[in-house]
Design a protein around this ligand. Structure first.
Ligand SMILES: O=C(O)CCC(=O)C(=O)O
Length: 246
């Protein structure tokens, strides 16, 4: 069970917009997540609406699962665990609400990349007191498509966006930041480790060309006080209608 964040960790998150936590889930919890995902893919997914997932460009392999908190009691219960809610509460500056449970599967050899983006272009919340807990289920290495974050970039507000044409990540940055930035934070993780990132932190990931899957489970939280921003929502709707997730 994770302990609450220290003042140093909270200050690091506030400064960087990203924080790594080792061992957020135990090996047994990681195994239970993997087993339930495998069961869900095998038994449940085919009977759910098409927007419960996004496929890779091969048209067969699952790239993302969406809305697991709606479709699956195991993942809703995981996302609503009191220790996890207590962990994120100081970071969302209020009562934390579970907003989503998703996966980014990055399957071996064909896992597609994710263009530079800010999550709030999808979440569309104001104030931006919202974050993602990205939990490694597989090892995340330099080779298999780790997530790169730009430290401190959440403090610059929302950047200009443009539709990306990527299924599952339809809205990206109009202009990518310089890749060689010294502020780059690479989310290298062992199974059970996590990164927490603010919804306006710039991030992206490369395709997975290795023989090793890079499965991530994402728990998304917002403060109960956040509200939909109609301007962000209009841009998102335009992008998602150009490139629907399913
Ligand atoms: O898992 C990835 O490669 C990208 C994840 C992402 O974009 C996110 O957590 O918002």
């Amino acid at each position: 069970m994770p302990s609450p964040l220290s003042q140093v960790q909270i200050a690091d998150y506030e400064a960087d917009g990203v924080l790594r936590l080792r061992g957020l889930l135990s090996p047994g919890e990681v195994a239970a997540v993997r087993a339930e995902l495998e069961r869900y893919l095998r038994d449940d997914l085919a009977g759910l609406p098409a927007d419960a997932r996004t496929l890779e460009p091969d048209g067969r392999t699952v790239r993302n699962l969406w809305r697991l908190e709606q479709h699956n009691p195991f993942f809703r219960a995981l996302g609503e665990r009191t220790d996890l809610l207590a962990l994120v509460a100081p970071l969302v500056r209020g009562e934390p609400l579970l907003a989503g449970v998703e996966t980014f599967n990055k399957p071996a050899r064909i896992g597609s990349g994710v263009p530079w983006h800010q999550d709030n272009a999808y979440f569309c919340q104001t104030p931006p007191d919202m974050l993602t807990v990205w939990i490694a289920i597989d090892p995340v290495t330099e080779a298999n498509g780790p997530v790169f974050f730009l430290r401190g970039s959440h403090r610059g507000g929302m950047r200009e966006t443009r539709p990306s044409g990527v299924r599952g990540n339809s809205i990206g940055l109009a202009e990518a930041p310089a890749e060689s930035s010294a502020d780059s934070f690479c989310g290298l993780l062992e199974p059970g480790d996590a990164t927490l990132h603010h919804c306006e932190t710039l991030h992206h990931s490369a395709p997975n060309t290795t023989e090793h899957s890079r499965l991530g489970l994402l728990l998304v939280y917002r403060g109960a006080h956040t509200q939909m921003d109609p301007h962000l929502q209009a841009a998102y709707r335009e992008a998602v209608s150009a490139t629907p997730p399913a």
